[in-house]
Design a protein around this ligand. Structure first.
Ligand SMILES: NC(=O)c1ccc[n+]([C@@H]2O[C@H](COP(=O)([O-])OP(=O)(O)OC[C@H]3O[C@@H](n4cnc5c(N)ncnc54)[C@H](O)[C@@H]3O)[C@@H](O)[C@H]2O)c1
Ligand SMILES: [Zn+2]
Length: 349
């Protein structure tokens, strides 16, 4: 087991290892006295791992109650959130009890937000079961739900008490969902770890998942420690996301998040080369690593379509937009452009 400590407003450990699920109760007992543990899972993660988690928690003295909802982004909404809060109240959870998120980013974001707000905040533990959740969403304390008006429109910063990442749970993931997580790991490599990027260049991400998760978590943890609430460098984690969100929107979400971010990273890298910010052949290397991992590098939308969709992104401030551009593999910069110029910058790359 590898343990990475995140020194955010709350200090917590991320435990990464093969087979940790069966000992999750013991790991949680290190940071929390026996109490009521509300395990939140979707129908898929509950069926696969619910029993193991429940048994381990009960063996460590926790009283377990379970909340299960239908898998998928569509459940990350006010309705499920409201049912979950009702469930926590009906189950008699008090301020000293615990929520446990067992699943991917949808379970983590929803459970984290319920934990942030129920009784003005209770402890929660993340048990990520997708690669995306392991390398990205379980780290850093962003929690939230979607509104009909847009994704992640309501949320809170609420750091977990601990993260327990059992790498063997990723073995049951479909390849396309695994690839979505690889896209975020590649992003972490480009932002802050050349060695991680090189590890991914072979395209054997499944075989190297433990190392990939550790390295990605270290990149994200370092950024979160410096800028927990995203007033500065945390924006670097949005590499590929401004254009990625645009592609997701234009495709009416038929292109997955990871695939859209992959395309977005290529657009960002090509812009960076064009502007003389990136050393060549950064864009070429990024394309190759994405292709080696089964991720797309192109889309059929025009520069104007992408620019317009990107400008509806919530991270835009005033008449300018912050682009995250790679300088080289392992280093990115925040580059401000006028929104009016965006489509030309995309088009001329
Ligand atoms: N909080 C953050 O910082 C942050 C960062 C990135 C993404 N996110 C959020 O994360 C969400 C996406 O996360 P995701 O990609 O994990 O989606 P997800 O949670 O919907 O999981 C994807 C699918 O995989 C299934 N699944 C989960 N674990 C499995 C396993 N071990 N074996 C087989 N199937 C399994 C799920 O049931 C689901 O159908 C989005 O809502 C996004 O907004 C949050
Ligand atoms: Zn993302």
């Amino acid at each position: 087991m590898t343990t990475i400590t995140v020194n955010a407003s709350r200090k917590y450990n991320i435990n990464i290892g093969d087979g940790l699920l069966a000992n999750c109760g013991e790991l949680i007992l290190k940071v929390k006295k026996p109490c009521i543990a509300a395990v939140v899972a979707d129908d898929v993660t509950d069926a696969l791992y619910g029993k193991t988690v429940k048994k381990s928690l009960e063996n460590s003295g926790f009283t377990v109650v379970s909340f299960v909802f239908q898998n998928g982004e569509r459940s990350k909404n006010l309705e499920t959130y409201s049912s979950l809060l009702g469930f926590l109240a009906d189950s008699g959870l008090t301020r000293t009890d615990l929520a446990v998120a067992l699943g991917g980013g949808v379970v983590g974001d929803l459970t984290g937000f319920a934990a942030a707000t129920y009784l003005r905040g209770i402890d929660f533990v993340q048990i990520p079961t997708t690669l995306l959740a392991a390398v990205d969403s379980s780290v850093g304390g962003k929690t939230g739900i979607d509104l009909p008006q847009g994704k992640n429109q309501v949320g809170a910063f609420h750091q977990p008490l601990a993260v327990i990442c059992d790498t063997s749970t990723l073995d049951t993931l479909h390849d396309n969902i695994f690839a979505d997580g690889v896209s975020e790991a590649i992003k972490s490599g480009i932002i802050g770890d050349k060695g991680l990027f090189e590890l991914l260049e072979s395209g054997e991400a499944r075989a190297k998942k433990g190392k990939i998760i550790e390295a990605s978590v270290r990149v994200k943890a370092a950024i979160v420690e410096e800028d927990e609430k995203e007033s500065g460098v945390r924006a670097l984690l949005n590499l590929g996301h401004t254009f990625g969100h645009a592609v997701e929107l234009l495709s009416e979400f038929s292109v997955s998040h990871g695939s859209a971010v992959a395309i977005g990273m290529v657009i960002a890298a090509e812009i960076a080369e064009k502007l003389g910010i990136a050393e060549r052949p950064v864009a070429g290397r990024i394309k190759n690593v994405l292709e080696a991992n089964g991720l797309p590098t192109e889309c059929s939308y025009t520069a104007a379509q992408i620019a317009n969709a990107a400008m509806s992104d919530k991270k835009r401030s005033g008449g300018t937009i912050n682009l995250i551009l790679p300088k080289k593999i392992g280093e990115c910069v925040i580059y401000k452009v006028k929104t009016a110029e965006l489509k030309y910058i995309i088009g001329e790359r």
